[in-house]
Design a protein around this ligand. Sequence first.
Ligand SMILES: Cc1cc2nc3c(=O)[nH]c(=O)nc-3n(C[C@H](O)[C@H](O)[C@H](O)COP(=O)(O)O)c2cc1C
Length: 257
Amino acid sequence: MRSNPGQTRRLTQMKQPPANPGHVHRSLQTPTTLFGVEFKNRLGLAAGLDRTGRLVGERSKTGIGHIEIGTITNHADLERQRADSPRRVRVGISIASSRAGLDKDVVEDYARLSRKLSRWCDFLVVNLSSPHHARDGNTPGIKCLVHALMAERYTHQQSHHVPLLMKVAISGGTVHLPDAVRIARDMTLDAVIVATPCLHVLEHATRLLGNTPVISVGGIKTIDDATRRLEVGAALVQIHSAYAQRGCAAIAELLQS
Ligand SMILES: Cc1cc2nc3c(=O)[nH]c(=O)nc-3n(C[C@H](O)[C@H](O)[C@H](O)COP(=O)(O)O)c2cc1C
């Protein structure tokens, strides 16, 4: 996900209106409510750090506001003792198919995972950032996938709808956002996790998404990195490498700002 300097420069030079002033004073420690879920702060652990949920109890003590478990491709992989752990932390579950592409069998894989796993989490994340499975934010079939998951939700979650999010990785400093971003906005998904280290791309995505909340992941190591993401409109931020390299110290530093 390295940015192309030429493209990034062109994007920087484009005239853009000032960021929504409502976004400017967000801070990492501020509690917030998004898609009906209360978060005690705006910092989370990204998918890939706890693939089964085994570590949620332990990591909930770090002060982190949310943890995205997964990506899970087989529902039996989820370790469900999490359900009994104290709700100090919000938990999302990232799901994907282990098959390649996005045909109807793959859509059914996602739907089955949603059916089995929704009850164990505060929000569900449809992961489209799977280069190894030839699936990304431009793969044809995303609308069918979202339709199927929404239908699943109406059929199986009548009393309580689990918020449905999508994760899209955007490589380089491109101005052309993946189709999934527009689809998520038009089909009113609850939020989009935008994986990019490039601030301009993130800003472009938050503008396009309008009222759809954005969670930023990618390249966040310092308080400044996180604050810039919030300033351009991200509602929450997530870390992966910073935690993998420095553990709880990374969380403590980010939250002490
Ligand atoms: C070793 C490794 C495993 C990952 N596994 C997943 C995964 O299973 N699902 C997912 O959505 N993202 C996964 N990611 C992507 C991270 O969640 C995150 O989007 C990316 O690392 C950028 O954040 P960072 O710059 O803080 O590392 C993985 C990343 C790494 C480095």
